[in-house]
Design a protein around this ligand. Structure first.
Ligand SMILES: [Zn+2]
Ligand SMILES: [Zn+2]
Length: 199
C-alpha cells in the first residue's frame, strides 16, 4: 500500500486507518534532512470533521546519524508519534464565537444564540505547527511527515550520552582507547597549534 493521499470526499465518517511502508523519497526527504535506512513504517488514523480531517499516528524508522563528538556513524531507531490537522484554507462561512463564560466548551454545539451578540474572540486553535492546508481537498501527508522527521532530528546527535569524543591533540577516538595525551583542559585547540609550531 502506497502512502495515502486521500481526498476529503473519500474519507468515510468513521475515518480511515492506514498502515503502510513509506520510502524516504516519497516524502521528498533529502540526505541533509535526515538519512533513513530502508523504508519507514506509517500507521495513521484519519478522522474527518466539517472543514478537514485530523490525522494521528506513528512514523517509525531507522535513521543514520553522525555523532558530533566522535564522528562515528550510528543508527537510531525512532518511533515518532504525531498529530496533524488538515483544514480548508477558506474560513468557514459562519462561526459561532466562543463565550468567555465557558472557555472549556468545544463550541461544536454552538447553535445556541446566547453569545451571538458578543464580539469575536481569538479562537484557541491547535498549534500552528500542526495545522496543514488541504491541497485540492487532499491530505498531503508526505510534506507533514517530512516536517515531523526534520523536527525530530537532533541538532547535535550523540552516539551515546557518555561519548568521550576524539582527542583534540591526536584525534584518537577515546571511546576505543585512551591515547595518553596530556589533558590541557583550557587550551585544546591551542595545544594543536603549539605542536604544529614546534615542528
Ligand atoms: Zn560518539
Ligand atoms: Zn590523543
Amino acid at each position: 500500500m502506497a502512502l495515502p493521499n486521500p481526498h476529503l470526499a473519500e474519507i468515510p465518517a468513521e475515518g480511515l486507518h492506514a498502515v503502510c511502508e513509506v520510502q524516504p523519497e516519497e516524502l521528498g526527504l533529502e540526505a541533509e534532512d535526515a538519512r533513513v535506512e530502508g523504508a519507514l513504517t506509517l500507521s495513521a488514523d484519519i478522522a474527518p470533521f466539517e472543514q478537514g480531517a485530523h490525522v494521528t499516528g506513528v512514523l517509525g524508522g531507522t535513521f543514520l546519524r553522525q555523532c558530533v563528538r566522535c564522528l562515528a556513524e550510528f543508527k537510531e531507531s525512532v518511533e515518532l508519534p504525531f498529530t496533524a490537522e488538515y483544514r480548508r484554507e477558506t474560513p468557514p462561512p459562519r462561526r459561532q464565537p466562543q463565550s468567555s463564560r465557558a472557555p472549556g466548551r468545544a463550541g461544536r454545539e454552538g447553535i445556541e444564540s446566547r453569545d451571538a451578540a458578543e464580539p469575536d474572540e481569538p479562537e484557541v486553535e491547535v498549534e500552528a505547527d500542526d495545522l496543514h492546508p488541504l491541497v485540492g481537498d487532499r491530505l498531503d501527508l508526505a510534506e507533514m511527515l517530512r516536517e515531523q522527521i526534520i523536527l525530530a532530528t537532533p541538532m547535535q546527535p550523540l552516539c551515546r550520552e557518555s561519548c568521550l569524543g576524539l582527542c583534540p591533540v591526536c584525534g584518537q577516538d577515546r571511546n576505543e582507547r585512551q591515547c595518553g595525551c596530556p589533558e590541557e583542559r583550557q587550551d585544546g585547540p591551542f595545544a594543536i597549534l603549539k605542536r604544529l609550531q614546534g615542528k
